[in-house]
Design a protein around this ligand. Structure first.
Ligand SMILES: Nc1ncnc2c1ncn2[C@@H]1O[C@H](COP(=O)(O)OP(=O)(O)O)[C@@H](O)[C@H]1O
Ligand SMILES: Nc1ccn([C@@H]2O[C@H](COP(=O)(O)OP(=O)(O)O)[C@@H](O)[C@H]2O)c(=O)n1
Length: 225
């Protein structure tokens, strides 16, 4: 029997479009490494804020970036970024301060360049730990990080619905403002991707669409749940 292929699944989309929920489920169902690149940008943002490097001071930002010692720790099937051996706690990376600044820092080319190889290197982490592939979520995964991904999804949902979802999660977050700052990257990752509009779909319906495509890539018969 041919060995199962190693697959890369890219999921891009705006804030609260359902990227994390769907990629976590796919990760569990198919034994794929789950990589939330938004959490990486959030961790780096928290570090830049902690070290007093404002987004307007490129020299200060570059100094902090040059000094970042990035590592990866696995938490179940999820890859967590370590900075100097420490995983930035979830409460910190989801704080109002980080929500407010993350898109601004993420728009700085030097910040993106600092994370490029680190993100691509997650494929090696997945291989080393015996995963069948990885599912990576973000804004530019299908366009910049893994343009040759086996599957490229773009999750769309009406902005009001996304704002409602985020509010229900109990977070203070300016979803629309981040979307505007992220818009160029979002448009690029939309091109050529399989678009799923989740505005009127349940999370389960979204996952079933994705799971059918993943199963086909892995050479499995689709599971009926
Ligand atoms: N299709 C959907 N219908 C209703 N709620 C959803 C749907 N997809 C995701 N959600 C909910 O919306 C919130 C944001 O989803 P999440 O996966 O964190 O989005 P993202 O990772 O894109 O920011 C979560 O509470 C999630 O349960
Ligand atoms: N691949 C990525 C992932 C996130 N980001 C930035 O990081 C921010 C936070 O990403 P996230 O995925 O945690 O955001 P949510 O979709 O969960 O709200 C985004 O608004 C982007 O500005 C990015 O620029 N590129």
């Amino acid at each position: 029997m041919a060995p199962s292929p190693f697959i890369i699944v890219a999921i891009d989309g705006g804030a609260a479009s359902g990227k994390s929920s769907s990629s976590r489920t796919l990760s569990e169902r198919f034994n794929l490494l789950h990589v939330d690149t938004g959490s990486f940008y959030r961790a780096v943002t928290a570090e830049l804020l902690r070290r007093g490097a404002p987004a307007t001071d490129l020299a200060a930002v570059k100094t902090v970036l040059a000094d970042l010692k990035l590592g990866t720790r696995l938490n179940g099937r999820s890859a967590m970024m370590e900075i100097g051996g420490r995983v930035v706690p979830d409460a910190e990376i989801r704080s109002l301060d980080v929500n407010t600044w993350v898109a601004t820092y993420s728009a700085i080319p030097e910040v993106r360049a600092a994370l490029l190889d680190y993100q691509r290197g997650q494929a090696n982490t997945a291989r080393q730990h015996g995963f069948r592939g990885l599912v990576m979520e973000g804004r530019d995964i299908g366009s910049k990080i893994f343009p040759d991904a086996d599957l490229r999804f773009f999750l769309f949902a009406d902005p009001n619905e996304r704002a409602r979802r985020r509010q229900q999660q109990g977070f203070q977050d300016q979803v629309a403002k981040r979307d505007t700052i992220d818009s160029q990257r979002l448009n690029e990752s939309l091109r050529g991707a399989t678009v799923i509009d989740s505005t009127f779909l349940t999370l389960e319906q979204v996952v079933e669409q994705m799971a059918a495509a993943v199963a086909a890539k892995l050479g499995e018969a689709p599971a009926h749940r």
